[in-house]
Design a protein around this ligand. Structure first.
Ligand code: ATP
Length: 360
């Protein structure tokens, strides 16, 4: 069987925090007008224009995979996750051009994104590299600057005569929903289960809604308020640090964590009571260990303040507030030698230092 290379590929990027039917239905309607062999949903892992996201990279990507699972030509694309740098569209387009050298590329964006397009990284080059399809959104008046205005074409079919630099606005994508509105509703629902999460029920695919509930996502305000959140308010239970620590150890043992070390730092640290270090034998094992701890604690109402590094799997930090877990590949653990930092000598010195500070 000969598999022919795709001829027409669309790139649809976003933070997808979470993915919703505003995205999905708009793309579906668009496909009736423009024929793409594949649409790559590229997760903007580290968006330059947003300070923080609420769900982690891994969670946002898993929600994308769930939402796209039933559609053969919709690809959950990890190009920007793997790049480990800020998620610039121009870099992604360059990657796609190298990867699909024969294909015609189109970038899909929403109306709000079009307004800021001239400010995107390396805009003058980027805008010429591909054609652009804009899904208009309710509430966004497309009052365009001349630079963009002169690039508009009237019909979708007009795009095919240009290699790049042209913009077509698709007016039928009128779904009045945003991830921000969904996060706000999900947070309110978490605080008061008696309210009906109407918007979420309407605009989240069922599998995504279930995932959010199972993982207790969006229970707290978006991390925008990060440093001001008290480290103890995140817990939805009355679990004590020691119990959290025990549960984490159990979760690590469940998936065969190697060389689990529990370090009591309550007397010398302002930020946590326990630090745990464990090794995983491979990237997959490291991720599985972090996931096991995170899932176990989430199911008991302890929501991590931060989960970092799970996209790579070399060193994952899961911050439960009073308990901080480091899951590391053995070579990374050896190199950074976190445990040494907490040697008895260092502890004594730190304690003395703190006492001196308190008495001064
Ligand atoms: P937020 O509220 O967090 O900004 P968002 O859904 O607007 O969320 P993204 O997930 O980054 O943001 O959106 C990805 C892309 O989809 C963007 O180009 C955005 O403009 C577009 N988009 C988002 N919602 C809609 C919608 N309801 N209709 C059409 N396009 C949309």
């Amino acid at each position: 069987m000969v598999i022919s290379a795709p001829k027409s590929i669309a790139i649809f990027g976003g933070t997808f925090d979470p993915i919703h039917r505003g995205h999905l239905n708009s793309v579906k309607l668009l496909e009736a007008k423009l024929n793409f062999d594949a649409i790559h949903w590229v997760l903007s892992a580290r968006p330059p224009h947003k300070d923080q996201t609420s769900a982690s990279i891994v969670e946002r990507f898993e929600m994308m995979q769930l939402a796209l699972a039933d559609f053969a030509n919709q690809v959950a694309d990890d190009t920007e996750i793997k790049r480990h740098a800020e998620s610039y569209t121009v870099d992604t387009v360059e990657t796609f051009k190298a990867r699909f050298s024969q294909a015609k590329l189109t970038v899909i964006i929403g109306g709000d994104s079009l307004l800021s397009l001239p400010k995107w990284h390396r805009y003058p080059e980027l805008v010429e590299m591909v054609n652009w399809v804009v899904m208009n959104r309710p509430g966004y008046e497309l009052d365009l600057v001349d630079e963009l205005q002169q690039r508009l074409v009237a019909e979708a079919a007009d795009l095919s005569t240009y290699k790049g630099g042209k913009i077509w606005v698709f007016e039928d994508s009128q779904f009045d929903v945003s991830s921000t509105a969904l996060r706000a509703e999900l947070q309110a629902f978490a605080e008061d289960p008696k309210i009906s999460p109407k918007l979420s029920k309407e605009f989240l695919p069922e599998a995504v809604f279930t995932y959010i509930q199972q993982r207790h996502l969006y229970k707290i305000a978006a991390i925008e308020s990060g440093p001001t959140i008290s480290r103890t308010t995140i817990s939805q239970t009355n679990m004590k640090p020691e119990q959290i620590k025990d549960q984490v150890v159990d979760a690590l043992e469940d998936v065969k964590g190697v060389d689990i070390r529990v370090i009591d730092i309550a007397d010398i640290s302002d930020f946590a009571d326990y630090m745990l270090v464990v090794s995983g034998t491979s990237d997959t094992h490291v991720k599985a260990l972090a996931r096991s701890a995170s899932d176990k604690l989430r199911s008991q109402g302890v929501i991590p303040l931060n989960e970092d590094g799970a996209d790579v799997g070399e060193w994952v930090l899961v911050d439960f507030g009073d308990v901080v877990l480091h899951v590391m590949r053995p070579e990374v653990r050896e190199y950074y030698d976190l445990e040494k930092l907490w040697d008895e000598d260092v502890r004594a010195l730190m304690k003395k230092h703190r006492e001196e500070q308190e008495s001064s």
